[in-house]
Design a protein around this ligand. Sequence first.
Ligand code: PLP
Length: 471
Amino acid sequence: MLNNKSFRQEAHKLVDWMADFYENIENLPVKSQSKPGDIISQLPEIPPTKGEPFEQVFKDFESIILPGMTQWQSPNFHAYFPANSSYPSVLGEMLTATIGAQCMIWETSPAAAELEELMINWLKPLMNIPSDWTGCIQDTASTATLAAMISAREKKTNWSINQKGFDSQKLRFYCSSETHSSIDKAVKILGAGVENLVKVEVDENLSILPSALETAIAQDIENGLIPCAVVAAVGTTGTLAVDPIDAIGVVCNKYNVWLHVDAAYAGTALMLPEYHNLISGIEKADSFVFNPHKWMFTNFDCTVYFIKDEEALIKTFEILPEYLKTSTRGQVKDYRDWGVPLGRRFRALKLWFVIRDFGVEGIQTRLREHINYADWFANQVNDSDHFEIVIEPKLNVVCFRMINSTKSEQQLEQLNASLVASINNSGKAYLTHTKIKGKYALRMVIGQTYVQKHHVEKAWTLIQSKANALI
Ligand code: PLP
C-alpha cells in the first residue's frame, strides 16, 4: 500500500510521465483501436485480496488501459466537440484531487465558494452577460439546463409542483429539432413528458423561426396548455446553428415564458468581443449555460451557469436538513441550493488557473487561431472538386462531404461514412459526422487546446488521400 514516502516517489515519476505523454500524444492513435471486450478480457475477474505494488498497477495502466483510451487531448482530435485540458488546468485538477474537499456549502470550504463567485464575476463582463445576473459552476450543461427548466416549472406554477407534484397542469417546453438531446432528457426527468416538448420549425440556417415559436405558444394557450420555457441554442451540436435570442426573447417576454440559452460549446466564443452579437438580446433571457470544459481549455467537468433570478433558482432547489444548518447562512453563497447535486467538486480552481495562466488575451489569441484554421480548412474544401461545404461554416466547425455527380444521395452517404471510418481507423485523425437536411456530412472541429496549423494541414492531406483511395 502506498505511504507518504512512496506516494512522493510515484507522484514525481507520474508528473514526468504526464509531461512525456503530452509531448508524444500526437503519435498515439487518436481514436482507440480497441475492439469490444479487448480491455476487460485482459483484466482479472476478481479484485486482489492483498494490495499490489503501485509499479505493477501502473504497468497495467500503460499496457492495458492506455491503448483503450481515445486521445481527446491529441491535436489531431477533430471529433464531436473537444473536452479540452491544458497544463494549468491539469495542475489545478491535481491540487483539487489532493485537497479532496467536498464543497457543498460555504462552511465546508469558504475559498471554494468565494473563488466560484469570483469566476462568475470575472466572466460576466468578458462575455457580455448582464451585470445584474449571478451564477455558479455546475458539472455539465445537461444538469444546468435541467436546473433551468425545473426553475422555470416552479416559477410558472408558483412552486406548487415542488409541493404537491403534478396535478392537471400541462406544461409546454419549446426548442428546435437541432437542439441538444439534453433538453429531451430534461423534460423526461422534470415530469413534463416528451410529448410536451414542442420542436419548433427552423429556417434554412437551422435557426428557430421566432414567428413559428409564437404561433406554437399562442396555439397552446388556446388549447388550455401552459407555455413554460423555451431553450434556444447558441451553437447547436450538429452545425453550430444560432437561434435569434433577441427575437425569441421578445416572444418569451410577451407570454411570460422562461428563456434558457444553451451555448454549451459556442459560448466560449463570447470571450471575443467580435462575437458578442451571438447573444444580442440576452437581457431578455433568464438563464445561460456554457462549458469551459469544451473549448475553454479547462478539464471536464466545468460548466458555467448564469441566471437572472437567483432567488427563483434557490427557492426551487433549497433544502435544509439539520446537519446542514450553519451560522453563516444568508451571509454567504451555499451552492448546494443552486442545482441538483448536494456534493460539489472544487471546479473553480482549475478555471482560475487557466484564466490566470493564459490571461484573457492568451485565451482570445488561441480562439482566434482556431477560427482562422477553420477558415483555411473551409477554403481548401471549397477549392476541391471532390468535396463540398454542406452548410455555411461557423466559428471553428466545418461541415463538409465528398461529392460525386454519378452517385445517388444514398450512395453518397455510404461513401462519406466509409471515408470517416477509414480516417478514424488510421488512428491519425478523428472526425465524426452529422446529418444536415438529410445529407450525411463530416464535421471538422478545430478546437483542441494545442492544435496548430500543421495539424489541420495534415488532416486535410489525410482526408484527401483516404478519399482518393475510395474513388
Ligand atoms: N448542449 C450542447 C449544444 C452540446 O453540444 C452538448 C454536448 O455536446 C450539451 C449541451 C451537453 O453537454 P454536457 O455533456 O456538459 O451535458
